[in-house]
Write a protein that binds this ligand. Structure first.
Ligand SMILES: [Zn+2]
Length: 265
């Protein structure tokens, strides 16, 4: 839906009617495809970018913007992370086909060193371009999603195994993620000035019981409860129920994760 506002064309958000002027992304999720060293069409549909075994980066079918809050549409975005695609960039290495969890390094398609170099360079550029902080909550591997963001995944092990320069010998995804982030930060420091996107619009405020105003009304509309602009016990109960259904921490507080899950992030 498009309408004119003071002569400027703006695109309406799908659910809340908020004007969205610039797409905003909240996080980068790093994956392996579970396939060969070359991406196939399924991979290119599932991820925004796939780095092949030679380190070359392939653009996926969907642009990063297709997953932006307020723009994402069913079947028209990169579906790379269960219940966490809104606001999430999905970048993958084409690797680990026929891989066995118990013996990752025996995989025929174990990631190559050049591949990891190309992949992390691309991740660094994406974080720069989209203003994504290189932190545990915002730049993380698929295997870290359930641990750090508490969004349930189904036995995802990308990346819980050491590869390339990773020094830790554990299968702890956060320890491995910390080493990946350190490398991404190091690359960013050495990057020439990037063409960063315009600073995105302000994120939604964190709301809890007692809050009032337009953001509360948007929340109530999305939850299909009485729209009175006051965050009372009934709204809180609806928030908790929504959080439970969406595998979020059911604390009744509407922060970035809940806004995003509501499609209003
Ligand atoms: Zn994954």
């Amino acid at each position: 839906v498009v309408y004119r506002d003071r002569g400027v064309l703006r695109v309406l958000g799908v659910e809340d009617g908020d004007a969205v002027t610039a797409p905003r992304m909240n996080r980068l999720v790093m994956h392996h495809t579970g396939g060969a060293h070359r991406p196939n069409t399924t991979d290119l549909r599932a991820y925004h970018r796939v780095t092949d075994g030679t380190g070359r980066v392939h653009a996926g079918k969907f642009a990063v913007e297709a997953n932006a809050p307020g723009r994402i549409q069913r079947g028209q975005h990169a579906a790379h992370t269960l219940n966490l695609n809104t606001g999430s960039i999905g970048a993958a290495i084409a690797a680990m086909g026929e891989g066995q969890w118990a013996t990752p390094s025996a995989s025929k398609w174990f990631p190559t060193a050049t591949q990891i170099d190309g992949f992390l360079m691309d991740c660094a550029k994406l974080c720069e371009e989209w203003h994504i902080p290189v932190q545990r909550e915002t730049c993380l591997s698929h295997a870290e999603v359930q641990i750090t963001l508490r969004v349930t995944q189904r036995n995802k092990w990308d990346f819980d195994y050491p590869f390339a320069f990773i020094k830790t010998n554990t299968r702890d995804p956060v320890a491995i993620g910390d080493e990946l982030r350190q490398e991404i930060r190091r690359i960013i420091q050495g990057l020439p000035a990037q063409q960063a996107r315009p600073v995105p619009p302000m994120a939604r405020p964190t709301l809890r019981q007692g809050a009032t105003g337009a953001h509360v009304r948007d929340l109530q509309r999305a939850l299909k409860v009485t729209v009175d602009g006051g965050f009372g016990p009934a709204t809180r109960a609806a928030v908790v129920a929504f959080q439970r259904r969406n595998n979020l921490l059911p604390d009744g507080v509407v922060g970035a994760m809940t806004w995003t899950a509501l499609g209003l992030g």
